[in-house]
Write a new protein. Sequence first.
Length: 312
Amino acid sequence: MSRAFVFPGQGAQTVGMGRDLAEAYPAAKAVFEEVDEALGEKLSALIWDGDIETLTLTANAQPALMATSIAAMRALEAEGVHVGSAAYVAGHSLGEYSALCAAGALSLADTARLLRIRGEAMQAAVPVGEGAMAALLGLDFAAVSSLVEEAAGGECLAAANDNDPGQVVISGGKAAVERAVELAKEKGAKRAVMLPVSAPFHCALMEPAAKVMADALSRVDIADPSVPVVQNVCAHGVSDAMVIRNLLLDQVTGSVRWRESVAWMVAQGVDEIVEVGAGKALIGMVRRIDRDVKTAAVGTVDGVKAFVGENA
């Protein structure tokens, strides 16, 4: 069995996530404490007892989801399942930072601070209401790429997330995204829905955020990861810290090539993909990409115990 650990992105957040892990595992509790200290605020209180609207704000959701993922990883490690048992790690958008932290390329404190900066910069890059994102279901990446060219009309419009064979998320100027949604319906999409997001992520409109991240990343140490990280913008494993730094910058405006990333890992022999953190969105995508891959979700104490039990 060749394993990969994968880490979720924005949208997976729920109030209360990770609380049972912190109560059951001192190492998991220590993650939330260290993130609180790094940010100079009680993010853990918001995660466990706050309101979903505040938690969903990009600047909060990003470090919160990372903290929950790393807490789940520490719980696994307390049960004897280490990141080194995987051939690869990967994450969806902000989840890439969780993957890098899990593999030791970034410290936990630096990861928390970087994601706070990233969230604030992505939110500030485009005035609210000027950008949008939409999910197109039932069309493949090639069809959406063609549609994007047709609908752009001189505005920024990009295929932002290639999630699985039948789900592509587009991002850009609001009017262009709305045109693409209507065009997608004409071209046979099963569904085309505007997403409730606060900014148009992973397109050229995020260039101001990329500049902020260039400065932020220049001030942190990045080590070679203990396990290769399959990065979003290149869709293959990377082990060189300098390359990782550059690809993290490209990721702000570049597409999340999730379908290709999973397919690449499978081509390298990976036959088990374990989602570490909140929710089960990624393993849903994995099943639609390759139903022969064994999947598991580890984001709760029950999930940890079930996984460890099966792999004892």
